[in-house]
Ligand binder design. Structure first.
Ligand SMILES: NC(=O)c1ccc[n+]([C@@H]2O[C@H](COP(=O)([O-])OP(=O)(O)OC[C@H]3O[C@@H](n4cnc5c(N)ncnc54)[C@H](OP(=O)(O)O)[C@@H]3O)[C@@H](O)[C@H]2O)c1
Length: 296
């Protein structure tokens, strides 16, 4: 099946369109007349959106942890629309718990989605973007990369891993006209804590107070009795603004909470760097230090 007329608008390929950011972004992009490859693990969850925007959507079942499904989904999208202009690696999940205790199986499950799943999608889409000499990739990271919350280490490490490849990828693909942006949301009112988040209980007495403290925060959120400040619809507009820009950011912080957290993290890093500067710079070979002194 091929689209009747190849879309002149940008084609967005978004993972995890069933809810939250993925859904809000797909809606916003479609409402402004662009084209979306709606991907979801369960296609029933995007049926209504596909029905409302029949001519500008293609729905494809996609679990990012299944490499064959990823390859097939990208192949179908390219065969249908002829191109992918914007790739949004949005799908993600969190297994929270203490580092000493979260089972390896759960750690690996988290990385399969948040890191290896994204890697698989990137590797399927990049050949097309390189060939078309254009494209924009958005990788959903998190405020977690700037705030080392107790109990959030496994999630944070999966997002750090993603940030690790995103920076290098940006440098690798810039010569081919491809841009890369890390999207760093704070706390947003999506389905995340109800559907995509699991808090592991602890069997270790020492950690019980911490897990209790986290549950006291998480349970009301899961029951939707506590409200996150961030609006996913506004986040979608901010992301579109970044994609529209001739000079998009490498990192797009979303939410006043993220901005504050990043500012605090930068101040802390600067203060620590200054406090330990002498020790830090004392490790170069003597001849290097002497040469530098001569150059000054
Ligand atoms: N909400 C926040 O406060 C917040 C903050 C920082 C970062 N984030 C990041 O934002 C992104 C989107 O999350 P959200 O807040 O919008 O939560 P959400 O409403 O729960 O959406 C998560 C999406 O990811 C999909 N997903 C999970 N595992 C998948 C897999 N293996 N294959 C394909 N899709 C999968 C889910 O699909 P199903 O419907 O099939 O489960 C769902 O569509 C995530 O990467 C998350 O880490 C969220």
């Amino acid at each position: 099946m091929v689209a009747s007329s190849i879309s002149q608008t940008r084609v967005w390929f978004i993972t995890g369109c069933s809810s939250g950011f993925g859904r809000a972004l797909a809606e916003a992009v479609l409402e402004r007349g662009e084209t979306v490859v709606l991907t979801a693990r369960n296609l029933q969850q995007v049926e209504d959106l596909a029905a409302s925007f029949r001519d500008s959507t293609l729905s494809i079942q996609l679990d990012v942890t299944k490499p064959e499904e990823v390859k097939e989904a990208v192949k179908k999208a390219i065969a249908f629309f002829g191109r992918i202009d914007v790739l949004v690696n949005n799908a993600g999940c969190e297994v929270a718990g203490v580092i000493e205790e979260v089972p390896d199986q759960e750690v690996r499950r988290e990385f399969e989605t948040n890191f290896f799943g994204v890697l698989e999608v990137l590797r399927a889409v990049l050949p097309h973007m390189r060939q078309q000499r254009s494209g924009h990739i958005l990788n959903f990271s998190s405020i977690a990369c700037f705030r080392a919350g107790a109990g959030g280490g496994i999630y944070g490490s999966s997002k750090f891993a993603l940030e690790g490849i995103s920076g290098s990828l940006a440098n690798e693909v810039a010569p081919f006209g491809i841009k890369v942006t890390m999207v760093e949301p704070g706390w947003f009112r999506t389905d995340f804590f109800r559907r995509s988040y699991v808090l592991m209980d602890t069997q270790i007495e020492d950690y019980k107070p911490l897990i209790n403290e986290i549950s006291q925060w998480v349970v009301p959120v899961q029951e939707m009795k506590a409200k996150a400040p961030g609006d996913p619809k506004k986040a979608a507009l901010a992301i579109i603004k970044a994609v529209d820009s001739d000079n998009p950011p490498t990192r797009l912080a979303l939410g006043a909470d993220t901005v504050k957290t990043i500012e605090a993290a930068l101040e802390f890093i600067k203060a620590e760097l200054d406090a330990w500067r002498e020790v830090s710079v004392s490790t170069d070979f003597d001849e290097v230090v002497a040469n530098e002194a001569q150059l000054v």
